[in-house]
Write a protein that binds this ligand. Structure first.
Ligand code: ADP
Length: 336
């Protein structure tokens, strides 16, 4: 069981800051997700933790020890990449044991460790197969097996599921989370997929253009986004951000699932489109100069151009500074 901590870690490429003074920690046995759009610095951060890139400034600590200048192999970290990086000419058994053998760990307990990992991952019957004889999900499990058998202090995963189809992704993310909890692995997991982050993480570190936008448990990220960026990154469709009458210095945020159609009062709006999704319908409306999406249960037969009234409760609204985009908790929202 190990803790990982980053203190003011940056990576500069010339004048560009791929990562800008990032500080966060991963407590022992917890899963931290680095989340953000493409190019925000997730992989660079992970590579610095692994020792594959050197920070321009800042420190990386494992169990309180500064490992910033230490070689990757000595950090006792395992890593699972997007491309599984399996050896095509080795079978499953050899692929899983490869790192253990390279590190010349005691051969006596190879079998015991292999049996345990293969059982955990449902690979026992496939040990003699080559990667080309496995499905995408099975190859992913072999890559996981190689990371788990290393019994390292920290396990890093860089978009490990992005090559899988939607259904398999869902299964595998449940599987990884179950394993991580069962084995008490300290894990840093990179993804651009907010659903993956929300469903797997103990803590989400949301990155935006190299800096940490918010570092919070999934429920807090949803309920109290620290900025307009965070508010719109989590949730589909994203949170509506609209003007506040008479307050050009503020913006108001409300999630589509919190917008209701009301009979009287509320905000007059005109339906632009209705997208039926089965369990619910996303109704997009124009209100003043803003576009507001509402997620309503069931099938809504609303024609384009229909007049509606939209309402939401003050508890479901969020206030942001119009200039900085940061959350403002000092403003009491008025009912709509
Ligand atoms: P992410 O993993 O979130 O997609 P990356 O960490 O790969 O983002 O990249 C962050 C930023 O750093 C991007 O703007 C990328 O173009 C830049 N970058 C990454 N590696 C290098 C490099 N070797 N040289 C120059 N710029 C780089």
């Amino acid at each position: 069981m190990s803790t990982l901590r980053l203190e003011g870690v940056s990576k500069h490429y010339g004048p560009a800051k791929a990562v800008d003074r990032a500080s966060f920690s991963t407590p022992s046995g917890k899963l931290v997700v680095l989340l953000g759009p493409s190019g925000c610095g997730k992989s660079t951060t992970l590579r610095m933790i692994a020792g594959l890139d050197t920070p321009s400034e800042g420190r990386i600590l494992i169990d309180g020890f500064d490992v910033t200048g230490i070689a990757p192999a000595e950090r006792r970290i395992s890593m699972v990449f997007q491309s599984y990086a399996l050896f095509p000419h080795l079978n499953v058994r050899e692929n899983i044991l490869f790192g253990v053998k390279v590190r010349k760990e005691p051969a006596a307990d190879y079998d015991k460790r292999l049996t345990r990992v293969a059982d955990l991952l449902g690979l026992s019957a496939l040990l003699d197969r080559k990667p080309s004889q496995l499905s995408g999900g099975q190859q992913q499990r072999v890559a996981l097996g190689r990371a788990i058998i290393a019994e390292t202090k920290v396990c890093l995963m860089d978009e490990p599921l992005s090559n899988l189809d939607a259904q398999l992704r869902q299964e595998m993310r449940r599987e990884i989370r179950t394993l991580q909890l069962k084995l008490g692995i300290t894990m840093v997991y990179v993804t651009h997929d907010q659903t993956e982050a929300m469903s797997m993480a103990d803590q989400v570190v949301l990155l935006n253009a190299g800096h940490i936008e918010q570092d919070a448990p999934p429920a807090d990220l949803y309920a109290r986004p620290a900025s307009v960026f965070a508010a719109r990154f989590i949730g589909t469709p994203p949170m509506n951000i609209v003007v506040v009458p008479g307050r050009p210095d503020l913006k108001l945020g409300v999630r589509p699932e919190h917008v209701r159609f009301v009979k009287s009062g509320g905000l007059p709006a005109v339906v632009q489109s209705a997208e039926y999704l089965g369990a619910d319908t996303i109704v997009t409306c124009a209100a003043g100069g803003d576009t507001i999406a509402a997620r309503v249960a069931g099938r809504q037969e609303l024609r384009e151009g229909a007049g509606v009234r939209l309402g939401w409760t003050p508890e479901d609204s969020h206030t942001f500074d119009a200039a900085t985009g940061r959350r403002r908790d000092d403003i009491v929202p008025v009912p709509v």
